[in-house]
Structure formats: C-alpha cells, structure tokens
Design a protein around this ligand. Structure first.
Ligand code: 5GP
Ligand code: MN
Length: 343
C-alpha cells in the first residue's frame, strides 16, 4: 500500500487531530453503507485517541446499517435538530466523509459551515469542492473507507485497529462495490481486506447483516416491482422501474427499504443501464433518480446532464422536480440521447 498524504499533509492531519477535543464527523444526505461505515470507523478510532466524537448526518439511514457498531449513537439532524446544532456549534474539528461538496450536507450545511473550526475532507468522489483545510480525495478508490484504510496504514494504525473499526471499514467498502462485484478490480482493495481480516472481522457475517435482512414486505415489493413495474427498452439495453409513495404505503415499506432494487435489472443478460425512479418520501413533487450501469456506460454524465445529479461511472443519482409520468418521459429522452453507447 502506498502513502496517500505528502509529509506536509500528514503533519497537518496529525496537528489538526491532536489539537482537537470535540470532533464532529459528518456524511452526506441519505447516508449509505460507505457513509455510515466510514464515519463510524473514524469515530471509534478518534474516540480511542481520547477525543469526544459525534457522528451527525442530515437524515435517516436505512435499517440494514443499524447493526454497525456505534450506529445507535449517530445523531440525525432531521430528528434532533436543536441537539445537533448545539453539538456542531461546539465542535473544534470537522471530519467530512464521503461527499465532495458541502451542498450534499443538505440541511446540515448551514450550521457546519457557520462554524469556522478546521475541516478535513475524506472522500472518493470526483472534483472535490474547495471548502476544507485538508482535502484527502481519491476518486480512483472504491470507497471512502478505502481512503481511510490507506490513511490509517500510512499512520501505522491499520495493523492495530480494533475489530469494530475493521468491521465498519469492511462493511463500507462492501456496500460501495456491491460486495466487490464492481469498481473493485484494483489489487490493493484486497490488500486492505487482508489487513481487515487480520484484525478479526467476520466478513461472511457482515455480508449477511447487510444483504440478507429484508423484511417480508421488501421481498414482496421486489417481486411486484420486477413483475409489474419494470419496463424494458430492449433495443437500448435499458430498463426503468418506478415506485410511488402510494405503493410504498401499500407494501408497508420503510425508508431505505429499496436499497439494491436499482441494481437488479442489470442481472438481465445484455442489460447495460438500469434506471430506478422513486418518489421522494420527504419532499413532495420530487422524484429520486438512481442510475446503475455496467462496463463503460457513464451514469454520472447522464445524471449530470438530465437529472441534476452525479456520482460514479456505474452508480449515480439525482432528482427531478416533477411528477412520475414526467420523470419517465425524461428518462426515455435521456436513454435516446445515449443510444450510441447503449445499443
Ligand atoms: P443512489 O442511487 O444510491 O441514491 O446513489 C448512487 C450514487 O450516486 C451515490 O453514491 C452518490 O455518489 C451519487 N448521487 C446520488 N444522488 C446524487 C445527487 O443528487 N447528486 C450527486 N452529485 N450525486 C448523487
Ligand atoms: Mn462512497
């Protein structure tokens, strides 16, 4: 494993963390496995270094991440607005993980940016915005957790992290790579995993904790979405699935219970692009767009051009301010304009 910080950056990192006593670690809106795993690993590690550490996120994260060590202490701004504001105001260091722009903090952005305390960004999204004193950004890496593995390795800490810390890091990398089925061809990813196994993780159990936890309702919803709601565009090797809040209610589906649905149509032979449209549960008149692809199809470019979003080449997202029918029309338009890459 190679060093990822210059000597000066390493000095800055150590100085910032040594001088801090109250650390707030934040992640992006609708936190995913990488966001929760990375922030919790950092929380456990910095707590061991004697810091008072709180993880704060803008809104709720899915149930299948609640088993992670420390997940119960994550402060959700949407639920505890005043408490979170007070903790953020008191912070003397921020570590911001798994996002490239403060706007991805949504409602948290205002209070975080109002506190002039130093900020460290640890991330793997393209084009990090300039809002932190120290930027540790590695878009070539599979997850923010991988960046953290390299960072800890450079500091001589990866060999001595606790099993809890290693568990959070492995879960985070696993979630951002579909259990190492995409974006995970670099050999060093497996070097990281090897270190984590040496620290006592049970990777088989972590897999089950994340992927084999669906409720009866979720299993039935999946069947319904694939049988009734999936529209394929065979000549474009693309598919579209839509989910309304009415359907969520009908099936008794909770927030986040749709994780992984977007990936499913890619199991169809020859399928290159899967689009999953779901009505936002928190903002009326907003449709969330999830894009998944295989090989070289650039979801992030499509997300930026058509859906006010972005992300990674094979997994991106965005949102549309319109109804579902209009959103579906927009998706067809986007697919048509990418015919040269899809056919
Ligand atoms: P998901 O489809 O799971 O919501 O998002 C997949 C990926 O797309 C996320 O990991 C994130 O990198 C990116 N993404 C999702 N929504 C947005 C968005 O609104 N803006 C940007 N820039 N990226 C997004
Ligand atoms: Mn990530």
């Amino acid at each position: 494993m190679e060093k990822i910080l210059t000597e000066e950056e390493q000095r800055t990192f150590l100085e910032l963390t040594d001088n801090a006593s109250k650390v707030v670690i934040c992640a992006h809106v609708s936190p995913d496995g990488d966001a929760i795993g990375s922030t919790l690993a950092l929380k456990h590690w910095l707590t061991r270094k004697g810091k008072q550490v709180t993880v704060v996120v803008p809104n709720f994260f899915p149930d299948f991440l609640h088993w992670m060590p420390g997940a119960g202490e994550v402060m959700v701004y949407m639920k505890h607005e005043e408490e979170v504001k007070a903790i953020v105001e008191e912070a003397d260091l921020f570590v911001i993980a798994d996002l490239n722009d403060s706007a991805r903090l949504m409602e948290l952005e205002g209070c975080v940016m109002a506190n002039p305390a130093p900020k460290i960004l640890i991330d793997h999204h393209l084009n990090p915005a300039d809002f932190c004193q120290l930027v540790i950004s590695h878009p070539e890496m599979c997850a923010t957790a991988e960046v953290i593995c390299h960072l800890l390795h450079q500091l001589g800490e990866l060999e001595v992290i606790t099993a809890e810390e290693a568990t959070c890091l492995y879960a985070a990398m696993m979630c951002d790579t579909g259990a190492f089925t995409y974006n995970s061809n670099r050999a060093v990813v497996y070097e990281c995993i090897s270190h984590l196994l040496n620290r006592g993780i049970d990777k088989d159990r972590i897999y089950r904790n994340v992927y084999w936890t669906c409720s009866v309702a979720r299993m039935r919803l999946t069947g319904y979405l694939l049988y009734v709601k999936m529209e394929t565009v065979p000549e474009m090797n693309a598919s579209i699935i839509t989910l309304t809040n009415k359907e969520r209610k009908l099936f008794g589906i909770k927030n986040g219970d749709t994780e992984g649905i977007a990936n499913m149509p890619l199991q169809i032979s020859g399928m290159r692009l899967s689009v999953f449209l779901s009505e936002d549960t928190e903002h009326e008149g907003v449709v969330k767009v999830s894009l998944r692809s295989v090989d070289d199809f650039p979801c992030n470019e499509m997300a930026a051009r058509f859906f006010n979003g972005g992300g990674h080449k094979n997994a991106s997202g965005g949102r549309l301010h319109c109804g579902m029918d209009e959103a579906v029309r927009k998706v067809h338009e986007a697919i048509k304009s990418y015919a040269h890459l899809l056919k």
